[in-house]
Structures are given as C-alpha cells and as structure tokens.
Design a protein around this ligand. Structure first.
Ligand code: ADP
Ligand code: MG
Length: 306
C-alpha cells in the first residue's frame, strides 16, 4: 500500500509505462530545485499525489505543503484566503488569520485546478509572485513570500491563454517545468499491477481472502476506458472486493457505475473499444506480462492456474 500523502516520496510511485517514467524523471529533476511545476493530466491521474511527492522529495520537505483550489473560491473570500487578514479588517473578521501564502512560507504552495481561476485570483497571485511580497487584508506590513509553486490543471493552459481565459503573463510565470501525466487508458500494461495492488488493500480492509481474478473479469477491466483514471479504478476495485463472495473475483463483481442515457450517447459510443479488443489482448504476447504482473501481487489471472 502507498504511504500517506504527507510522507509519500517520488520513489514510492512506481511505473512500467514509458510516458509515466518520463514524467517521474522530470518530477525528480524538479524536486531538486525551486522551479515552478505545472502538472497536466485528466482528473484522477494523480496530480495531487505527484505534487505531494515532489514536495516530500524536495529540500522543502520539512516545511509546509499548502493547497489552494482556486476554482472553489469566491472573489469576496479570495484575498483573505490567499493573503490572510487582520482582526477587524472587515465585518466578521474577529481574529487575525494567516493566508495560504503565509502558511506556505518556506514550503510549497499547490495551486489546484488553476485553469478555472477567476481573473481576480490570477491578478492577485501574479502580483504576489512577481514582487515576492504581499500584505494581509487590513494591514500595511509587507510580508515576504518564499514559496515553491506547483500547479495542476486538467486542460491545456495554452489553450486557455489563446481563449483569453488565462493571463499570458501568469502562464509564463508558472510554466517552469510541465509534466504531462498520461491517462490510465494509455497505461494498459500497468492495469493488472494497479488492480492487484488495490484489490489486495481492499480485501484486507474488508477482511476477505481473495486470491484470483477471473479472466473475463480482468478482460472487462482491461477494456474499460477509465475516464476517471486512478480514482475510478480505486472505487471499482473496492466495489469488486465488496461484492466478491468467494476467493475469486467473478465477472459479475465488476460493476461500472450505471448512468441515465445521455443525449450525446451516440457520439461517445465510438470512443469505447469493441469487445473483440479485450479478448484479443488476452491472446497477445502481452498476456504473459499481464500474468506476471498479477502474480507479482500474488494474484492469479486464472482461477485454475497453479
Ligand atoms: N500512481 C498511483 N498509484 C496508485 N494510486 C494512485 C496513483 N496516482 C493516483 N492514485 C490514486 O488515485 C486517486 C486520484 O489521485 P489524485 O492525485 O487525487 O488525482 P488528480 O489530482 O489528478 O485528480 C487518489 O486516491 C490517489 O491515491
Ligand atoms: Mg487533484
């Protein structure tokens, strides 16, 4: 099982996928300096996890890691959240509160979902980063900000700049090293190991003894498009363990969330892999690698294997 986020290091994240290895190598380079890092990846690909790992592997590891999700913040609360406020700075400000920049001093400030930031947030953050100082609301005392910035986005920031939705000056301020985290459907060779690891943890949590995954169940999992990436994988596998009655995960234990028919279901249909794809894979040479991956987590791919 993976260590908690607060102690997770880069070497705890393992991969056999080339694109992910490249990403982790860059993360290791980034961790050894204060260069701003942009983590780009679909939801659930591990951006938050990687941000923590970079911080914990950096020279700032003993200092604070502070997250700020700009998309969830209203403009009225924004400044006080970012820079803090003095007691009495506004109605209801009953005590002095430190903001994210101050809390992150000496450590890392993680700006999540940065593409959704309001224009006011963009201006305020840019100003603090450009001048290296800021003041609490209701105070004139300048505080220095020594923070390492890591940000995350699930869409192209360049595109947001081109659309006029993201400031170009802020983009260049943040865009030191960009790490592209590949989606899970492009890391199919890793699925068995990830599934097995998650299943082991889930089985332990449920107090169950689960020793194998039926090949048809595995085939269904391998053929899924994993739009929710590792977050979805973790939920599906937990449900599998919960539904499993014996020692073997059966095809009917694999449940993807049902949904109401969508008006654009026709368009999305083409995105799904045909059933022949999944059965093909099991006959390909990759099957051996998949079986080894399962075995290394003490799961058999077939219940009848020794
Ligand atoms: N390499 C990985 N191995 C195992 N689990 C992972 C990995 N990366 C992410 N996860 C898990 O997937 C879930 C989503 O990760 P998170 O970092 O929150 O994604 P994001 O921030 O990109 O939406 C979390 O529960 C996390 O622990
Ligand atoms: Mg996240």
């Amino acid at each position: 099982m993976q260590p908690a986020l607060s102690s997770l290091k880069l070497e705890d994240i393992r991969t056999t996928n080339d694109a992910m290895s490249r990403c982790l190598r860059l993360a290791a380079v980034a961790s050894q300096s204060d260069v701003p890092v942009v983590l780009l990846g679909e939801t659930g690909t591990g951006k938050t996890l990687l941000a923590h790992a970079i911080h914990n592997s950096s020279l700032r590891s003993g200092r604070a890691f502070v997250s700020f999700n700009a998309s969830a913040m209203s403009d009225t609360l924004l400044e006080s959240q970012l820079f803090g406020h003095e007691r009495g700075a506004f109605t209801g400000a009953q005590q002095t509160v430190k903001g994210k920049f101050e809390l992150a001093h000496g450590g890392t400030l993680f700006l999540d979902e940065i593409s959704e930031m309001s224009s006011l947030a963009q201006v305020k953050i840019l100003r603090a980063l450009e001048y290296g100082e800021f003041e609490r609301l209701g105070s004139e005392r300048m505080l220095t900000c020594d923070v390492r910035i890591i940000c995350a986005a699930n869409c192209s920031l360049r595109e947001r700049v081109a659309q006029g939705k993201f400031r170009e000056d802020l983009f260049h301020r943040l865009n030191g090293l960009t790490l592209l985290i590949p989606p899970l459907r492009e890391r199919v060779e890793e699925l068995p190991a990830l599934i097995a690891a998650e299943l082991k943890a889930s089985a332990a949590r449920e107090g169950k003894k689960i020793t194998a995954i039926h090949p048809e169940a595995m085939a269904t999992l391998l053929a899924h498009d994993w739009r929710g990436n590792l977050r979805e994988l973790s939920h599906i596998v937990r449900t599998m363990a919960l539904l499993c009655d014996g020692e073997v995960i059966l095809p009917e234990n694999v449940l993807f969330s049902p949904d109401l028919p969508s008006s654009n279901a026709g368009e999305r249909k083409g995105e799904h892999r045909s059933p022949s794809w999944r059965y093909l894979r099991l006959r390909e040479p990759g099957f051996l690698a998949l079986r080894r991956a399962c075995a290394s987590h003490s799961f058999r791919l077939r219940p009848d294997e020794p």
